[in-house]
Design a protein around this ligand. Structure first.
Ligand SMILES: [Zn+2]
Length: 319
């Protein structure tokens, strides 16, 4: 079977959700139960969203579908909180999610609420920011980092642009931050984290003004995110969801706060490709990097599957 259907795409994605809970809770049993229940509802919603976020095409190239991801996430959340289809309640629940951040390889996006005028009425609308790059400037060089070792460079003095693995660009820019591995790694990570945090803080502040106008007095804030959580997060494409200020508890003075990350990690499972030989007309299966391969249209995950299709092992790449 060809590896093009969604079920198989899912099987190569592993979902890693971890959370920072920052809730003011008493040790009441009922509240504990409620907390666990809320955790479950939110985690489910994030898992649903992240499945929609990452898509793999036939060549296992990753693309993001963030619109689908947030639609799925919000609908799952409405459904888990039993308000699905009730527009007013959906909107109210949505106000407790000030931001959703999608961290892509070469930049990030923040999904936030704006107030817009429509037919003389003020209504809430969710918008994505444009992609915000991980940029850093030093000594006339502008760097654009990625979640891996790839970097984009722009030299302001010469107007020269370069891109590539930083290790390959080192010799070209001997006096830059590329020349020392630990310096590069430190600045890269710090830039990515600071940039995401700064923008999130800004949009959370904006959200505070909006929420106030809609009767929510809770003050939203960016929770402290541990370095290790950040490092794990910026290793992969991920989605960060802040669900904060949701009132619960007997007195109504306790707030349920959760900062949840959903990460998508693409585990490259081994793949084989079947192709008809031009010399003897028989079908052979090859490893991913075989020079005999013309195209990679027919992909299988095991050698047994290839054999079942009547293909023989290639003598060159010896799969
Ligand atoms: Zn081969």
């Amino acid at each position: 079977m060809k590896l093009t259907n969604l079920a198989i795409v899912f099987s190569v994605l592993s979902i890693a959700t971890f959370v920072i809970i920052d809730a003011k809770v008493n040790n009441l049993c009922a509240q504990e139960k409620m907390k666990i229940e809320y955790n479950r509802r939110i985690d489910n919603a994030i898992d649903d969203g992240i499945y929609e976020l990452v898509e793999l095409d036939n060549n296992r190239k990753i693309s993001l579908n963030k619109e689908n991801a947030v639609n799925m996430l919000m609908n799952s959340l409405y459904s888990n909180f039993n308000v699905l289809g009730q527009k007013v309640l959906e909107e109210k629940l949505g106000l407790y999610i000030p931001i959703i951040t999608v961290i892509d390889r070469d930049g990030f996006y923040i999904y936030h609420i704006d107030v817009v005028e429509k037919n003389g009425e003020r209504v809430l609308e969710r918008h994505w920011t444009d992609k915000i790059p991980y940029s850093y400037e030093k000594d006339n060089l502008i760097y654009r980092f990625t979640l891996d070792q790839y970097v984009y460079l722009y030299d302001k003095t010469t107007n020269v642009r370069s891109k590539g693995l930083y290790t390959d660009l080192k010799s070209q820019y001997p006096n830059s931050i590329l020349s020392e591995d630990t310096t590069f790694e430190h600045i890269r990570r710090r830039t990515i984290i600071n940039q995401i945090e700064d923008y999130m803080r800004e949009y959370i502040n904006q959200h505070n003004h909006i929420a106030q106008n809609f009767g929510i007095t809770y003050e939203f804030y960016l929770p402290q995110i541990e370095k290790n959580d950040w490092y794990r997060t910026i290793d992969d494409i991920s989605m960060l969801v802040l669900f904060q200020g949701y009132p619960y508890g007997i007195t109504g003075e306790d707030f349920y706060n959760r900062y949840a990350f959903g990460g998508a990690r693409i585990t490259k499972s081994k793949s084989y490709y079947v192709e008809k030989s031009r010399s003897d007309g028989r079908r052979y299966y090859h490893k991913d990097n075989c020079s005999e391969l013309q195209n990679k249209d027919e992909m299988y995950s095991t050698k047994e599957e290839c054999a079942k299709e009547g293909a023989f092992p290639c003598s060159k790449c010896k799969p």
